[in-house]
Design a protein around this ligand. Structure first.
Ligand code: M6R
Length: 607
């Protein structure tokens, strides 16, 4: 989704803005632009398409002089991805320039009002109303004009504002869209994303809804929505620059797949102390856990599939009913949630609009909320009653990999720790599962190392649409495997609960149909094996995924991928890894833009 960046300092702004925009690229965009203030004129350059074009057009920023500016990557919502619709937008009098991430829901009414007052619009965007409102309300006090403008806007917005009357001051406003200030020495920055700041500074301020910031090269001042100056804590980012770079890998996705043993270790290690699990800052005592009648897990996309896997672990170990709900559905479902409901909201970015809305809906009904989030200081992390960070480090590829497996690791910790407190499993079972969980990083590494034949297999199995099948925990893995395949290789891939094939979808099986069969759930592997036999009898070619040593599968499937043997509830965290690689190599074979698949955004901050 859109990303914004801003710089004020003593040296040229444009190269810093372009670099910042490059680091926001992964969020997804289809046009980009910068505005730089030089003397008393704002110079704007924008292009549809890639940031490389903007680099070229501005000769790396040289043709846009000035030491203060704002930049934007746009993911089109209102109006096509054209140069006209790209941000920044300029006021009719040339005094204000604005970049915006979010959606202005009442823009049509505002647009009509402004057109009636003779403001001229140059784009189809919702954003352009903002810059005309600033002009309308400006009477010499920029902050007052910003506050008045913000009070007219409904929806979500992170705004960066330049004004010719404040030659060294940037203005930034946040309402339901991420915005982070970077605190430098003799220069200051803002960005939608910490990854765009870490090469510049590790000291950041997370703005909250309704807050307004004024940044000059030497100073940052933050105001609340009433205009009162407030003191904000400066946080230190622990991610380093290398973590947000490719480090020799061809794609971020491959790097992030390979980082999974370390990322999962980071998610687990400090929370396991000897034989005890310590869930960071919060411990829910057994009496409180017993007060929950059910758990709802809510999320979108892969995070939802992590929830589908996590559900099996929590139900099995804690004997508590768990519902897994798509956040986009839950938010409008009038859900049966009350003070006896514990809600787990899972989100890598912590900024997914539907997940935030579902969280708020459940909160309003009295639920206790635990956020399982990767990005520190993100909206979901701030809104939740308790937050467990997944500690995956920056995830740049749009297709999540280490984000997903670290979510699983945290869900397993929750399941085990709650089960121990509720005494729903014996101390022996607890100890043995905890021991296995500690081995997971090593086993993930083995799942990668064992499957060196995946580049070849991916060519064999990605020639047409694919079926992914499995039962129970394997079905959850199949769902994620199919999503990975379709989002980066653009091949049609569907997952089916294996037992459902006979109820309709087996009609689609014909000669040569690739079927990926996940058979890691030992109790159900034979059942899935029967489905393998059925689809093979109708001409399918089958790639099975099974525990190392499962010789029965070798005789039935055409090809087999193995993973180390582990308890069924933990098997998804290993089984998904070869499927990520399968999708990666399929996308590579089809020459796809692996890290930035078409039409997708990393952080889905609009509904
Ligand atoms: O940031 P979130 O975890 O809330 O994002 C949720 C989904 O948008 C995300 O998992 C998406 O499905 C990924 N592209 C999957 O790889």
């Amino acid at each position: 989704m859109c990303g914004i960046t801003g710089f004020t300092g003593m040296h040229p702004a444009a190269p810093v803005l372009l670099n910042g925009l490059s680091r926001l690229e992964y969020r997804g965009y289809d046009s980009a632009g910068i505005a730089v203030l030089n003397g008393n004129a704002i110079h704007i350059e924008k292009v549809s398409g890639r940031i490389a074009k903007l680099y070229e057009k501005t000769e790396g920023g040289k043709t846009v002089p000035g030491t203060i500016g704002i930049g934007h990557t746009r993911w089109a919502t209102h109006g096509a991805p054209t140069d006209f619709n790209a941000h920044p937008h300029l006021s009719n009098d040339g005094r204000f320039a604005v970049v915006h991430n979010g959606i202005i829901e009442n823009y049509l009414a505002l647009r009509e009002e402004l057109i009636a007052e003779d403001y001229i619009f140059h784009s189809e965007t919702d954003t352009e109303v903002i810059v005309h409102l600033l002009e309308k309300y400006y009477t010499g006090d920029i902050k007052a004009a910003v506050m008045k403008t913000a009070s007219r806007l409904e929806g979500s917005y992170a705004l960066g504002i330049l004004c010719t009357d404040a030659p060294d001051t940037l203005f930034a406003v946040r309402e339901a869209s991420p915005l982070i200030l970077g605190i430098g020495v003799g220069e200051q920055y803002f960005s939608s994303d910490v990854t765009a700041l870490i090469s510049l500074t590790k000291n950041v301020i997370y703005l909250e809804d309704g807050e307004i910031a004024c940044l000059t090269p030497d100073h940052v001042t933050v105001y609340d929505c009433t205009g009162k100056e407030i003191t904000k804590p400066i946080s230190r980012v622990t991610w380093n620059v290398e973590a947000a770079e490719k480090g020799g890998y061809e794609h971020f996705m491959l790097k992030e797949i390979m980082e999974q043993p370390a990322a999962v270790k980071a998610a687990l290690t400090s929370r396991i102390q000897g034989e005890k699990i310590r869930l960071d800052d919060f411990e829910l005592p057994a009496e409180i856990l017993r007060s929950f009648h059910k758990i709802i897990i809510t999320a979108c996309g892969s995070a939802y599939y992590a929830g589908c896997s996590g559900r099996y672990a929590i139900e099995k170990l804690c004997h508590l009913p768990v519902e897994v709900e798509l956040a986009s559905e839950l938010r409008y479902a009038d859900p049966l949630v009350d003070t006896h409901t514990l809600v787990l909201v899972i989100s890598q970015s912590g900024e997914t609009a539907d997940s935030i809305a579902a969280l708020k809906e459940c909160r309003a009904r009295g639920a206790t909320i635990i956020g399982i989030v990767n990005v520190v200081g993100s909206t979901i992390a701030n809104l939740a009653d308790y937050t467990l960070y997944t500690r995956a480090g920056p995830e740049i590829a749009v297709a999540t990999t280490k984000g997903f497996t670290t979510q699983l690791a945290v869900l397993y910790l929750i399941a085990l720790s709650f089960a121990e407190k509720l005494r729903s499993i014996s101390p022996e079972v607890y100890s043995s599962l905890l021991w296995e969980l500690k081995q997971v990083p090593k086993y993930i590494q083995q799942s990668i190392d064992m499957n060196y034949q995946l580049p070849t297999l991916s060519r064999r199995y990605s020639s047409r649409s694919l079926f992914f099948i499995g039962r129970n925990t394997d079905y959850a893995v199949a769902l994620e495997g199919a999503l990975k395949m379709k989002e980066i290789s653009y091949l049609h891939a569907e997952s089916y609960a294996a037992g459902e094939l006979k109820h309709g979808t087996i009609a689609l099986i014909e000669n040569g149909q690739p079927v990926i069969a996940v058979c890691c759930n030992e109790a159900l592997a034979d059942k899935t094996l029967s489905n393998v036999v059925e689809v093979k009898a109708r001409g399918a070619k089958v790639l099975a995924l099974a525990f190392h040593g499962n010789s029965r599968i070798i005789s039935q499937a055409d090809d087999v991928i193995f993973i180390p043997r582990i308890s069924t509830i933990f098997s998804p965290i290993l089984a998904v890894v070869p499927l990520q690689l399968l999708a990666y190599y399929a996308a590579k074979a089809h020459n796809c833009d692996i890290d930035k698949p078409k039409n997708l955004a990393k952080s889905v901050t609009v509904e």
